[in-house]
Design a protein around this ligand. Structure first.
Ligand SMILES: [Cu+2]
Length: 335
């Protein structure tokens, strides 16, 4: 009876522990030092698993496993002694299959949700050639520092083009999105993407990943019925993102979910270093769950010491269960 009471109160006696073969757990508290040391590892070279060949695509041949490591660096041009980094973006309207039952008409940049991850270096002259073929007026509003004339709030009619040109600053992880009212509708239908400005000196080597959190209001009730990482609900849960054990991971994370005031991001069985808005080269703190309002974005850095599959998701579990759910498949480090 005494043993049963101990168990019911959450305290297990030594015999119960040994029955389960868990005697060794008594030493688990001593791992703290190792957990910290793994963050000190510097990668000599970055190893990235090959893209699996049998994973499904959606809509315009979108494969979220390609999207997660895909960066659009634009085209470099020299003009008057200055480097121009030129991007080409088309607003389009595309139907994508969100799951086996729901197809959804997205408004998007370059045929995908989220839009391409645009990437420049601090100080570059960025030129974005924007052609609107979406059927409605749209814009590209970039976060960053730039003149009012290219702030992306002036409507670009269907069939028209506009050039947004500005200096890339400040370095960090930013975003762009349509700014036509109702902005909630234009953004949640898919007109959003990440805009990374690298610091001039770059960052340390890492396997770099992009996750954009999306919400879909599929019945126009100003609430989201489905959620996703990088466009397709539950994709990374069904097709985990492969990474290597002990490999430094740099995750560029953006909350692009309208209608919900804020949500969190939680990583299983690990902690991550936080670089708020990516605007520093040293982390501000370490945690395993972070709260992000709409348009908030951060760089998270971590490494997995043990192989296996580990979930990541908002800790608003109803949102995770509605599609904002993924997994890392940590592969053993090759010797
Ligand atoms: Cu729009």
């Amino acid at each position: 009876m005494a043993e049963r009471n101990a168990k019911s109160q959450g305290r297990w006696n030594r015999r119960q522990v040994l029955q389960l073969g868990l005697g060794g757990l008594a030493t688990v508290g001593g791992l703290g030092g190792c957990q910290w040391l793994r963050h000190q590892a510097i990668a000599r070279s970055v190893r990235v698993p090959d893209l699996p060949t049998d994973t499904p695509t959606y809509g315009n041949n979108i494969n979220p496993l390609r999207v997660v490591r895909e960066f659009d660096y634009g085209t470099l041009k020299q003009e008057n002694g200055r480097t121009i980094r030129e991007f080409q973006i088309r607003a389009t309207t595309t139907t994508i299959q969100l799951n086996s039952a729901v197809s959804y008409i997205t408004w998007n940049y370059n045929g995908r949700v989220p839009g391409p991850t645009l990437r420049a270096t601090e100080g570059d002259r960025v030129r974005v050639l924007f052609l609107n073929e979406g059927g409605h007026a749209h814009t590209m509003h970039f976060h960053g520092i730039h003149p009012a004339a290219v702030d992306g709030i002036r409507p670009v009619s269907n069939g028209k083009a506009f050039i947004y040109e500005f200096d890339a600053k400040p370095y960090g992880v930013h975003l762009y999105h349509c700014h036509i009212p109702p902005v909630t509708r234009h953004v949640s239908k898919g007109l959003h993407g990440m805009f990374i400005i690298d610091p001039k000196g770059g960052r340390s080597p890492a396997d770099e990943l992009v996750l954009v959190m999306d919400g879909y209001d599929t019945n126009d009730d100003q609430r989201n019925e489905l959620y996703a990482f990088n466009g397709i609900p539950n994709y990374y849960h069904e097709h985990p993102i492969q990474i290597y054990q002990n490999q430094p991971i740099r995750l560029y994370l953006l909350n692009a979910i309208e209608f919900d005031p804020a949500l969190t991001f939680h990583l299983h069985a690990n902690f991550f270093h936080v670089f708020p808005t990516g605007m520093a080269l040293q982390p501000s703190y370490e945690t395993d769950v972070i709260t992000m309002g709409m348009a908030e974005r951060h760089i998270l850095e971590f490494a997995y010491p043990y192989p296996g599959k580990y979930m990541f998701h908002p800790h608003q579990d109803a949102i995770a269960e509605a599609g904002c759910m993924g997994r890392f498949d940590v592969l053993p480090a090759a010797t």
